[in-house]
Ligand binder design. Sequence first.
Ligand code: PPS
Ligand code: MG
Ligand code: MG
Ligand code: MG
Length: 372
Amino acid sequence: MRIPVRGIFTLTTRSYSSTTMSTSQFALERQLGLSAVRRACALTSSVFNKLIKNETLTKGDKSPVTVGDYAAQALISVMLKNSFPQDPIVGEEDAAELRVEEGRVLRERIIELANEALVAPFVEGDKPEWGIGPGQAKTSAELLDAIDRGNYDGGRTGRMWTIDPIDGTKGFLRGEQYAVCLSLLVDARVQLGIIGCPNLPVDATKPDGERGCIFVAVRGQGCQQIPLSGYTETTLRMPAFTPSSLNTLESVEALHSSHSTADTIASILGITRPPLRMDSQAKYGCLARGDGGLYLRMPTGVGYREKIWDHAPGAILVEEAGGIVTDSRGVPLDFGLGRTLGENFGVVAAGKEVHAAVLDAVQQATGTKAKV
Ligand SMILES: Nc1ncnc2c1ncn2[C@@H]1O[C@H](COP(=O)(O)OS(=O)(=O)O)[C@@H](OP(=O)(O)O)[C@H]1O
Ligand SMILES: [Mg+2]
Ligand SMILES: [Mg+2]
Ligand SMILES: [Mg+2]
């Protein structure tokens, strides 16, 4: 039976009967987050099928942003506000370009898409007993403000969410991998990570089989994969690899991660399998389920600072599946410095058995000394 809920997307303990209410830590955040990411996955998949050329902008850093990115951030932000109104959000996108007259056509399209997603009946795979039903349409001003609630500066204390509404926008535009990414941090420690991958095969051994899955992890509660088409949860544990049996998971874009440094590291480790190149944090989900043994993100030397929304959800997936995530010098990722990872230099994520050997190889390949 569907649990009646007062207001839209409102998730309070009052909304649950004692039989459906889970007492685990962050249970409400997990349920709301899964629903928001599912809705955003449905929104972005449908945008891809209808996207037209003038629905993509180029941002100041030359990276693309589409109507799908803005609409998905608006949708997730509205859902978070309804259930956790006090929580600040560090989101990738902001609405400045949409508030000016030149942004009118794009703005109207984004409002239409976000509202369609807000009022849609239960999306495929949502658990009816969660009681997270369709909401009411919002005004243009409310949705622009929802996007801009992602402007929080971050920091070391308190609760905060990160949203990357489309991670791997270039992959999204190519029709390849992308991910809808959400995380909750408390005092700069990731406690919940959710990554929705609409184009990812549910089973890597069946690349032509069913596509679309969500990865979710709560600190201390393991990492699970759920198909977008349903809600059967499979717990993931990273298998034990030896260094030479690894294969690397890397960015498609050579500007985001140095392919040549990764090749050198792979040859030092004796890796013979070719790298698996894939856009977005789908790589972290693949690592957690054992599709490759090593996520490598080696800096390209342009002084780029990694963004917290690009790594917080993925890092907890891998840790909860039994792996280790550090920067390329062995330093833990610091999510408490603001919107970026500050002085962290690249990312190395791998199983416990091989992580130290990989850091040694990185040191040999780059001449930098590991800090731990
Ligand atoms: N120069 C540079 N170096 C490192 N990283 C960068 C750089 N420029 C952008 N970005 C960020 O990369 C995000 C895309 O993730 P990936 O690199 O894993 O995927 S991809 O294969 O490159 O598309 C991408 O995330 P989205 O903007 O959400 O797509 C960016 O935040
Ligand atoms: Mg982007
Ligand atoms: Mg991103
Ligand atoms: Mg993005």
